[in-house]
Ligand binder design. Structure first.
Ligand code: ZN
Ligand code: ZN
Length: 316
């Protein structure tokens, strides 16, 4: 090959890798990734548009320890207290189970004023069970007096897009079935690109529900248009867990059943290499290893399975 041609090829390669880079829309900083036991590593994910430090935090199981980990990894260059106060502009809470809110409650004395976005049910539980003066001080704007008014509850309406204040993002919430509770999927939008985060959920078949089917119908057009950058979804137990003791959670088999349901709406090709971030794996370590192995073996669609790590940036 001529030198001229080689240079041209090199330029094209550099440009295309730059373009791939430029297409990324979201930065995610996982503050906690597991679904139980280890109280220093429970579901919480900071999400911002690439290039911005104005984050929304999806669930808030672990905050402080995850921020410290991210600082160790040089993800943030300001003190942990400042990350909490200045970078996290609000919380989207999927449901009020403690592994999704403990960090928010424990860190509340040191937090800054911001909004808590959730469905009415979830806000009601936070209001009547946590920020009550009986179990903690009431840092919110409603509920037991006196109200310290640091947090403002923002009730989300299913399917309606809402601005996430002080960020460049909007969010649309969808109900999920989680045993006896309604949990939430959050569809975050930034400049026409989307990221889907699901709180705890069971599969429709076991939950006797259509919530996941409805969600797949809502996002299928975004996948076909190439606008959905990633799905963050739980797998709590390995396949050995009997269906009757799933407590509103997924296994590798049930995740793949749901993904194949989604593929029926989009065409299987559209899901090839789709980023699927697997959250909420429940310790012990041996179960986590099993889940990863089983997902790898059952991944007939060729999904790009990603296992988040505490304090390590993901970008999509
Ligand atoms: Zn959970
Ligand atoms: Zn839960």
């Amino acid at each position: 090959m001529h030198l001229k041609h080689k240079l041209l090829l090199l330029t094209i390669l550099l440009l295309s890798s730059f373009l791939v880079q430029a297409q990324k829309s979201f930065k995610i900083v996982p503050l906690g990734v597991f679904g139980g036991i280890d109280e220093s590593n429970l579901s919480a994910y900071m999400v911002a548009p690439i290039g911005s430090n104005n984050y929304i935090c999806m669930d808030a199981g672990t905050l402080h320890y995850g921020i410290e980990k991210a600082i160790e990894n040089k993800v943030f260059t300001i003190p942990a207290e400042q990350v909490l106060k200045k970078y996290i502009k609000g919380y989207c809470i999927s449901h009020a189970h403690l592994d999704h809110v403990a960090g928010l409650i424990i860190n509340s004395p040191d937090d800054s004023a911001k909004n808590i976005y959730a469905f009415a049910d979830c806000i009601n539980t936070i209001k009547t069970h946590y920020f009550t003066w009986a179990s903690w001080a009431n840092f919110a704007n409603e509920g037991d007096a006196p109200q310290l008014k640091k947090y403002t509850y923002k009730v989300l309406t299913p399917g309606m897009e809402t601005d996430i204040e002080n960020t460049a993002m909007k969010v649309r919430a969808f109900p999920l079935s989680h045993s006896n509770l309604t949990s939430t999927a959050f569809l975050v939008q930034s400049k026409g690109d989307y990221l889907l985060y699901l709180g705890d959920t069971g599969t429709d078949e076991i939950e006797k529900s259509h919530n996941l089917q409805n969600l797949w119908q809502a996002i299928a057009p975004l996948i076909k248009a190439g606008k959905l950058k990633a799905i963050m979804i739980e797998v709590s137990f390995p396949d050995e867990q009997p269906d009757k003791t799933l407590f509103g959670h997924l296994t590798p088999k049930w995740l793949m059943t749901e993904m194949n349901g989604l593929a029926k709406l989009t065409g299987a090709n559209e899901l090839k290499n789709l980023n699927v971030v697997v959250t909420h794996l429940k310790p012990p370590y041996i179960s986590i290893q099993k889940i990863k192995k089983q997902l790898g073996a059952e991944n007939n669609l060729g999904l790009n399975l990603v296992y988040p790590q505490q304090g390590k940036v993901l970008d999509f």
